[in-house]
Write a protein that binds this ligand. Sequence first.
Ligand code: HEC
Length: 98
Amino acid sequence: MRRGPSAALLAGVFLLAGPARAADAPPGASSCTGCHAAQPVANSVIPRLAGRPADEIVRIMGEYRSGAWASSIMGRIAKGFDEAQIAAIAAWFANQPK
Ligand code: HEC
């Protein structure tokens, strides 16, 4: 009977995608983590991005950039990155532990 991936395989996937990859942050990601901390911050008003789906981050950044989504600061920040940079940063955040 097949019951899906083994625990060992899942552990391997977790290790590959997990905290060890923080060192592989793409250019620009460190400018986000100054505010969107990699670790949870108690009572922070800044939304967490770690573990969020990449396509959601890409979509929101597009809306900030176009002004479709009003913001205090993110509109200006979003304009400083091109689509490839946003995609790389979003994929990296999606891979970070929640
Ligand atoms: C100066 C602090 C600051 C920096 C730097 C910053 N952000 Fe933000 N971000 C915020 C704040 C504050 C909000 C809440 C919305 C607002 O007021 O603009 C936000 C909201 C967001 C949201 C929406 C989350 C949600 O659930 O509503 C996304 C996505 C986001 N930021 C992505 C990024 C990315 C990607 C970067 C790096 C390129 C970045 N931010 C850099 C402060 C920052």
